[in-house]
Ligand binder design. Structure first.
Ligand SMILES: [Fe+2]
Ligand SMILES: [Fe+2]
Length: 409
């Protein structure tokens, strides 16, 4: 009879360990499909909680630069940080050894302070290292309050399997995040170098990017499309790197030959960016950027494209470009107020600018106004080189208006 019962228990264990393996495999598959670190940490915490039949789990990540552990998933709270070496999780991060505490309040390593503050009661506690490819501890699992008793050796084994695949997913997500940061800082640096060449358009690329983003959102762009728009706006005048200083910084009207030369910057933008190996899903950034001076009536440059050949991103950058040329001060004009800016831009809708984009500009007016206020400090100052005297230019304003709009740089 007791033999029979033991057999039955054994069979149950086999079945449950089979189920557990299935679960781990399923979680591993899901982990591998997530490349965003925050989403990954949430998923890992949920998976650990259900897999070990615990009440809650927190995943800490070791920040190599700061010698700290951080987490964003603990109790739905904002980010918490503490040094490696402090507390149980900090110790596990340092030693790489598992700490399994059946009764927290009977263990001197446990700090009851957080419980006291939150009113929570910790009973059992399993703290487990996540080891990366180079044998370094890259994170720590902390699982709290196993249902029906302390954490077992089997729980430790289960967590070991989960931690192994979690480590791969975390390192992968970290690598992707680093590449993204590198990429982002690279294109921001390129934009800054362009704006730095010409005092008159200081901060221009940055402002055009922010305005384009506001308009793009208003038009329903999100995710990758918004990312592409932002990159293209940042780099739209990159071709100016090839324009000689004497044209770029000429503090007066350009003659036709000079203007034709200046125009080449849009084509150069496309040419130069074609050399950059863009990430696969960002391949149309050079196209968007190089079309920012094309017009709806086909009279734009460099290609004189018809409206149906101008990509939406380029139409948005074109409007953002004009918007900044008008709202920011230039050597021949002061900063125009919003109503005057819109009046001029409305006059350009249809032949130069896309009416659908202009409609979005009108709808997004409060956000655009707030963005102008936020970016005012990046405007060129009257005393800056190439800015000349705004008063001096005041008499020529009306004549220059259309020009400013037509040549937003
Ligand atoms: Fe521009
Ligand atoms: Fe331009």
């Amino acid at each position: 009879m007791s033999e029979e019962r033991a057999e039955r228990r054994k069979a149950e264990r086999r079945r449950s360990s089979g189920q557990r393996l299935d679960l781990i495999l399923d979680i591993t598959r899901r982990l591998m499909s997530v490349t965003d670190l925050d989403a990954l940490l949430r998923l890992m915490a949920e998976a650990t909680t259900s897999l070990l039949e615990a009440d809650r789990a927190t995943i800490f990540i070791v920040d190599r630069d700061g010698g700290e552990l951080w987490s964003r998933v603990a109790l739905g709270a904002s980010e918490i940080r503490f040094p490696v070496g402090r507390g149980i999780a900090g110790t596990v991060a340092q030693t790489g050894e598992v700490v399994n505490i059946p009764d927290a309040y009977a263990d001197p390593r446990f700090n009851p302070e957080p419980d006291r503050q939150s009113g929570y009661r910790t009973h059992s506690l399993l703290t487990f290292p996540m080891t990366g490819q180079e044998g370094r501890v890259i994170g720590v699992f902390q699982v709290v309050n196993k249902r029906g008793g302390p954490f077992t050796k089997q729980d430790e084994d289960t967590l070991a399997s989960l931690a192994a695949s979690a480590a791969v997913a975390v390192e992968n997500a970290q690598l992707i995040a680093e590449q993204k940061q590198l990429w982002q800082s690279l294109i921001e640096t390129l934009a800054v170098t362009i704006d730095a060449r010409d005092q008159q358009t200081a901060g221009h690329s940055q402002r055009v990017t922010r305005y384009a983003e506001v308009i793009g959102r208003e038009m329903g762009l999100d995710g990758k499309d918004l990312e592409k728009l932002r990159a293209a706006a940042l780099l739209h005048d990159y071709g100016k790197i090839a324009v000689r200083d004497r044209f770029l910084q000429k503090p007066g009207k350009l003659d036709d030959a000079e203007f034709a030369y200046m125009k080449a910057h849009a084509e150069k933008t496309g040419e130069f960016l074609a050399h950059l190996e863009f990430p696969h899903d960002m391949r149309d950034v050079p196209v968007i950027a190089s079309q920012h001076h094309e017009r709806m009536d086909g009279k734009g440059y460099p290609k004189g494209l018809g409206s149906s050949d101008i990509v939406l991103g380029a139409r948005i950058v074109a409007a953002a470009d004009v918007f900044d040329a008008l709202t920011a001060p230039r050597y021949y004009k002061p900063a125009y107020p919003l109503d005057k800016t819109l009046e001029i831009m409305d006059g350009m809708a249809g032949n130069h600018l896309d009416p659908a984009v202009m409609a979005a500009v009108h709808r997004a007016l409060p956000a655009l106004e707030a963005t102008i206020a936020e970016l005012k400090h990046t405007w060129p100052k009257p005393g800056d080189e190439g800015m000349g005297s705004i008063q001096e230019a005041a008499g020529q304003l009306s004549e220059r208006d259309q020009e400013a709009a037509a040549k937003p740089a």
